[in-house]
Ligand binder design. Structure first.
Ligand code: HEM
Length: 455
C-alpha cells in the first residue's frame, strides 16, 4: 500500500517537472529569437510587478537587458472585452469608424458650450478653496471635473460630482484603474490565459463586481432611454444607437463596452493630466507665471473661445511637457498580426509588443535632463529635431487615442479658466519629488496636495 502511494507521488512529481520544463521551453521563445530577458518562471514577473510596481519593473528590465526585452504579459477581459482598445481587425475597424465622428471638429465645437459649464464649476470650486484657505487634493477635484464633462458631453447625463463631496460613480470608476492582487482570477489569467478567457465568459473578472454592476446600470440606463426615444441628443451614445439600423451595427455588448471605455478612459486620463499640470504650476512658479501671462495677453477678460484657446502656444508646450514627464498610460501594447522583421529582431505572428512610453519619455538620449520640466522642448524648432515616435502620450498610428482632441480641449479650458482667477502654491502636504503609484496608469501615490490663492 505504502509502495503504491509512493509510486503515485513519484509519477505526479515527474509529470509536474515535465510540465514545468515544457512550460519553460514554450515560454522561452525570446531566447530562441535572440531577445534578452528574465528567466521564464511561471508567475515570476507578476510577483515583481506586485512588489515594485509596473513602472519600476519596466525601468529595471530595460536597465538590465537593454531597450528590447522579452517578457510575459497579462490580458484584459471582462466588461471591456468589446471596447475599442480590445477589439481586433475588422471588428475594431467597424467600431472605430462608427465612433470616430463623435470627435470631429464640428462635434467638438458643439460640445464646447457644455464644457464651458463644467469648467465654470471647476473654477468656482477652486475659488471656494481659495476663500476657505483650505489645502486640497487636486486629483480628486480634477476627477470630478473630467467625469462631469465626459458624462455631459458624451452621454447627456448630469453627474454633478463637482457639487457633491462623495461621488459614488467616481469611487467605482477608480476601481477599474486599481488591480486587486487578492483576486484569484488574476492569477488564473496569468497561469492559463485560456482558462481565464473561458472563465471570463462565465462572468469572472479582474474588476470588482460592485463596480461593474454600478457603472453598467448607468450606461445601460442611458442606452435604454435613447432606444425608447425618450430623449435625443447629438452625442456619442446617439451615434451608436442610430447605427443600429445599419448593416455593420454594433451589438448590445459592443455598445455597452464602448460606453464603459469612454467613461473610464475619458475620466481618469484627463484628470491625471490636469492634476500633474497643476502640481507643476505649484512647484515651478516661473512656468506658472509664463502660462498666466500668456492667458492674460491673449484672452484678456473676454470669454474664452474655442479658436482662441487653441492659439495659446506656451500653454500647449507646458501641457506637452507635463505629458512627457507624466504620461497617464506608461506603456502601449500591440499584437503582431503577421511575422515581422524589426531591425535585428524577428517578431512572430501573435506576439505581444509593449512600448515602454514612460521610459522613452525619460530617456536622456532623447531628452537631456529628463527630470527637469522644460516646456521649451516643445517649440516648433525643437520638435523638428526629434523623431516623432519618442513622444507618445496618446499613442500613434491608426489605433491612437480617439479622444485626444477632446481631452486637450477640456484640459486647456479647465486650466485657462482656473489660472485666470487663482494661483497654485505648494502646501505643507505637497510632495517634492512626487511619489508615483505602482500601476500601468500613472498616479501620485499619496495624492497631489496644493493650495490656491485668489489673484
Ligand atoms: C490626457 C488624456 C488621455 C490620454 C493621455 C490618453 C491616452 C491614450 C493612449 C496612450 C491610448 C492607446 C493608443 C495606442 O495604443 O496607440 C488611448 C486609446 C484610447 N483612448 Fe485615450 N487618452 C486620453 C483621453 C481620452 C478620452 C477623453 C477618451 C474618450 C472620451 C479616450 C478614449 C480612448 C479610446 C476609446 C482608445 C482606444 C482607441 C482604439 O483602440 O481605437 N481617451 N488613449
Amino acid at each position: 500500500m505504502t509502495g503504491s502511494v509512493t509510486t503515485a507521488l513519484l509519477i505526479a512529481l515527474v509529470i509536474t517537472v515535465i510540465y514545468y520544463l515544457y512550460w519553460l521551453r514554450k515560454n522561452n521563445i525570446f531566447h530562441r529569437l535572440g531577445i534578452p530577458g528574465p528567466a521564464r518562471i511561471p508567475l515570476g514577473e507578476l510577483f515583481h510587478v506586485i512588489q515594485k510596481g509596473a513602472r519600476i519593473n519596466d525601468v529595471d528590465l530595460i536597465r538590465k537587458y537593454g531597450k528590447v526585452v522579452g517578457r510575459t504579459i497579462e490580458g484584459i477581459t471582462g466588461p471591456f472585452e468589446h471596447g475599442l482598445p480590445v477589439l481586433k481587425d475588422e471588428q475594431w475597424k467597424n467600431a472605430r469608424s462608427i465612433v470616430s465622428p463623435t470627435f470631429s471638429s464640428a462635434k467638438l465645437k458643439a460640445m464646447y458650450t457644455l464644457m464651458n459649464e463644467t469648467s465654470d464649476m471647476y473654477r468656482d470650486r477652486l475659488l471656494e478653496y481659495a476663500d476657505k484657505q483650505e489645502i486640497f487634493n487636486i486629483n480628486e477635484l480634477s476627477g470630478k471635473y473630467t467625469l462631469d464633462t465626459i458624462s455631459s458631453c458624451l452621454f447627456g447625463i448630469e453627474t454633478n460630482s463637482l457639487k457633491n463631496e462623495n461621488a459614488t460613480l467616481i469611487k467605482h470608476l477608480k476601481k477599474f484603474f486599481t488591480i486587486d492582487f487578492t483576486n484569484i482570477f488574476l492569477y488564473i489569467l496569468v497561469i492559463s490565459p485560456r482558462l481565464g478567457c473561458y472563465l471570463a465568459k462565465k462572468g469572472y473578472s479582474i474588476f470588482p463586481s460592485d463596480a461593474i454592476n454600478y457603472v453598467s446600470n448607468i450606461v445601460n440606463h442611458v442606452i435604454s432611454q435613447r432606444r425608447q426615444h425618450l430623449e435625443r441628443r447629438n452625442d456619442f451614445i446617439q451615434m451608436m444607437i442610430d447605427h443600429e439600423e445599419a448593416l455593420l451595427a454594433l451589438n448590445d455588448k459592443e455598445i455597452f463596452s464602448q460606453g464603459l471605455v469612454f467613461l473610464a478612459a475619458g475620466f481618469e486620463t484627463t484628470s491625471v493630466l490636469l492634476s500633474f499640470f497643476f502640481y507643476i504650476m505649484a512647484t515651478e512658479p516661473v512656468v506658472q507665471e509664463k502660462v498666466y501671462e500668456e492667458i492674460q495677453r491673449e484672452l484678456g477678460d473676454d470669454d474664452i473661445s474655442y479658436e482662441k484657446l487653441n492659439q495659446l502656444q506656451y500653454l500647449d508646450m507646458a501641457i506637452n511637457e507635463t505629458l512627457r514627464m507624466y504620461p497617464p498610460f506608461i506603456k502601449l501594447d500591440r499584437v503582431a498580426s503577421q511575422d515581422y522583421q524589426l531591425g535585428d529582431y524577428h517578431i512572430p505572428k501573435g506576439s505581444f509588443v509593449n512600448v515602454p512610453v514612460y521610459q522613452i519619455h525619460h530617456d536622456p538620449e532623447y531628452w537631456p535632463e529628463p527630470e527637469n520640466f522644460l516646456p521649451e522642448r516643445f517649440s516648433s524648432a525643437e520638435k523638428a529635431k526629434r523623431h516623432p515616435m519618442i513622444f507618445l502620450p496618446f499613442g500613434d498610428g491608426p489605433r491612437n487615442c480617439i479622444g485626444m482632441r477632446f481631452a486637450l480641449l477640456e484640459a486647456k479650458l479647465g486650466i485657462a479658466k482656473s489660472l485666470r482667477v487663482v494661483e497654485f502654491q505648494k502646501c505643507e502636504k505637497t510632495e517634492v519629488p512626487l511619489r508615483l503609484g505602482k500601476m500601468d496608469n500613472l498616479n501620485a501615490k499619496n495624492g497631489i496636495w496644493v493650495r490656491v490663492v485668489r489673484r
